[in-house]
Design a binder for this molecule. Structure first.
Ligand code: OXD
Ligand code: MN
Length: 596
């Protein structure tokens, strides 16, 4: 049978496994060694049990479908807790539970929860195994689906334990799907102990503990202590002939809330005119960036993940051809439609006709004429990064890539221009701190309302938001050559409720202006809220945009901005608790008072 002998002598790891075993009482324990044969064996079991469904292996080699429990389809922010010692350390944007209370409550739920089941021990590395910027985690889980997804999303296996040696510096993750009872679902983080306990959910963001729980919530607390940044950002490289006539790749890190097109932007295909001019786009990451100050005084970023956990609905050959190609093999699809005629997958917005003989994400007969969607709005694909044809050559570079620009953005129907630039780092931090976006299906709760989401990190900051913003300001002071900071908004609508900007690959037109600004090769229009492009500097050749629409996209409307400042002020008041940096409050006062 599979490997059930410990793969390490590390005392702390062995103690953790023993603790989990005694608490959860599994029938057996399997250590994940990272070998293909072991993963194949685990997958074969999930096919037997129905946890995974094998798809057409000719059309979709090594692809599988998973249907989650109907009540378990998204991150649950209202059941996610930061268990810092003191409530004030979690701050006003997090739920807090005292560490002891959380341990007691969850221990009762974990107790005997793996009886009759297998406990998997997954050693994993966030970042290239053995790099000084990488971090090791151990996830214990009862879910084979989690094992197979972790093997895509992170580097797993014995080599992670080998580089850990006898060090105690790793993150402990304990996960059990248990009964999937919503009222007893808890995602708890213990920043002081570098530990995560997650129970009663199998959904990616709640259960693949390397991702949001470790690489953002716990890592943000480590980053604060160690002087770096763990951020909800894609990383994209753009190769072009720069203003000096040299071919160069410039890297941009961009933070958008969930389901605002991070994966699409990270893998975008340049419009024809740009392809003809030799532009190339390379993806380094689509969701998480760990950023550190390099020896050269610039900010450098790595993507600690090893795969993409992208939203399926809306992904098509038009919106993201590179993702479509990547997911034609080696992919786990979750909560999409199964086309029974050819045993493939389908979702709304895929750009092909719906199957007439299919099953919905719930496994029911799919009626293409029904008003109800066949795929869940938060349906997902999990695919190895190496499947992406435009994955950057630097993806595995342990040093990461140097960042020229940081970009913030959200879904805003009005007010926020297509793009604008901060005057300096401090103003950029204000821009990130005050950004807002319309909520989507990636998190449970009301959809379609605008909420403030600082740096797109609202659900992922592992400590007090005021301290987090202060940390951003402090890091800025230490960067000799800081990236410029921008804000973008692809989602502005006209009076007929239609998006004005075409988005997707055409967003390169805006990134091009951003890089021009980083190279100081284009002037900008100084307004009170920041530096805006002159209309003529956004290239609209070949797209269906009029010059009056460009004016609207770049417009700063005083009435709308007064509203905006009110919204920001309300948010700042709500999160202050005496910890909101004075620089940010002063910035707001100044911006409010300034004339255009
Ligand atoms: C994600 C999210 O899954 O942000 O990336 O929800
Ligand atoms: Mn995300």
């Amino acid at each position: 049978m599979m490997n059930n002998l410990p793969l390490t002598k590390n005392k702390k790891v062995l103690d953790f496994v023993l603790f989990a075993k005694n608490l959860c009482s599994p029938d057996n324990v399997i250590w994940i060694d990272g070998s293909k044969s072991q993963l194949d064996e685990i997958r074969a079991k999930t096919l037997e049990s129905g946890e995974l469904i094998e798809l057409n292996q000719e059309l979709l080699p090594n692809c599988y479908l998973h249907r989650s429990a109907i009540n378990d389809v998204a991150r649950v922010e209202n059941r996610t807790f930061i268990c810092s010692e003191k409530k004030e350390d979690a701050g006003p944007t997090n739920n807090w539970m005292a560490p002891n209370e959380a341990k007691d409550k969850l221990s009762a739920l974990f107790k005997n929860s793996m009886k009759g089941r297998t406990m998997f021990v997954i050693p994993f590395s966030m970042g290239v195994v053995g790099s000084k910027f990488s971090k090791v985690g151990i996830e214990i889980t009862d879910s084979a689906y989690v094992v197979l997804n972790m093997a895509i999303m992170t580097r797993v296996g014995k080599e992670c334990l080998d580089v850990l040696g006898d060090s105690t510096d790793f993150v402990e993750g304990l996960h059990c799907t248990a009964t999937l009872t919503e009222e007893e679902r808890y995602i708890c983080h213990f920043p002081l102990e570098n530990a995560i306990w997650s129970v009663n959910s199998g959904y990616g963001g709640n259960a693949l503990l390397g991702k949001k729980c470790f690489a953002l919530r716990i890592a943000s607390t480590q980053a604060k202590r160690e002087g770096w940044l763990a951020e909800h950002m894609l990383i994209v490289g753009i190769e072009r002939t720069g203003s000096g006539g040299k071919r160069e790749t410039k890297y941009i890190a961009a933070a958008f809330p969930s389901q605002c097109g991070k994966t699409n932007l990270a893998m975008l295909v340049p419009p024809k005119e740009y392809l003809d001019k030799g532009y190339k786009v390379f993806c380094v990451g689509d969701d998480i960036a760990w950023l550190r100050i390099g020896k050269d005084g610039r900010l450098w970023a790595v993507n600690p993940e090893n795969g993409f956990f992208g939203v399926a609905v809306g992904t098509s050959m038009k919106t993201n051809p590179n993702a479509m190609k990547a997911i034609s093999s080696d992919t786990i699809f979750t909560n999409v439609v199964q086309d029974l005629d050819n045993n493939t997958v389908w979702w709304e917005g895929m750009g092909t006709p719906p199957p007439t003989n299919g099953l919905t994400w719930k496994g029911e007969k799919f009626d293409p004429n029904s008003s109800e969607n066949g795929a869940h709005a938060n349906s997902r694909f999990t695919v190895p990064a190496k499947n992406c044809h435009v994955i950057s050559e630097e993806f595995e570079n342990p040093e990461g890539v140097p960042i020229s620009a940081i970009v913030f953005g959200g879904r805003r129907q009005k007010t926020i221009p297509l793009v604008y630039e901060a005057f300096d780092w401090e103003h950029g931090v204000f821009m990130g701190a005050s950004m807002g976006s319309t909520t989507t299906a990636a998190q449970q709760g009301a959809q379609g309302v605008t909420r403030r989401d600082p740096m797109a990190m609202l659900p992922f900051i592992g400590y007090h938001v005021g301290d987090y913003l202060k940390h951003w300001l402090e890091v800025g002071k230490k960067i000799k050559n800081p990236p410029k900071i921008f804000n973008v908004n692809w989602f502005r609508k006209d009076e007929n409720d239609k998006f004005i900007w075409p988005g997707f690959g055409e967003n390169l037109r805006v990134l091009d202006w951003i890089i021009d600004r980083c190279e100081d090769s284009v002037q900008a229009n100084k307004t009170k809220i920041g530096l805006i492009p002159f209309d003529k500097d956004i290239n609209i050749n070949g797209i269906d945009i009029t010059s009056s629409q460009i004016k609207t996209l770049l417009e700063i409307n005083d009435t709308e901005w007064s509203e905006e400042f009110k919204g920001i002020e309300e948010f700042f008041d709500k999160i202050d608790e005496g910890k909101l940096p004075k620089e940010l409050k002063d910035k707001l006062t100044k911006l409010k008072g300034d004339k255009k």
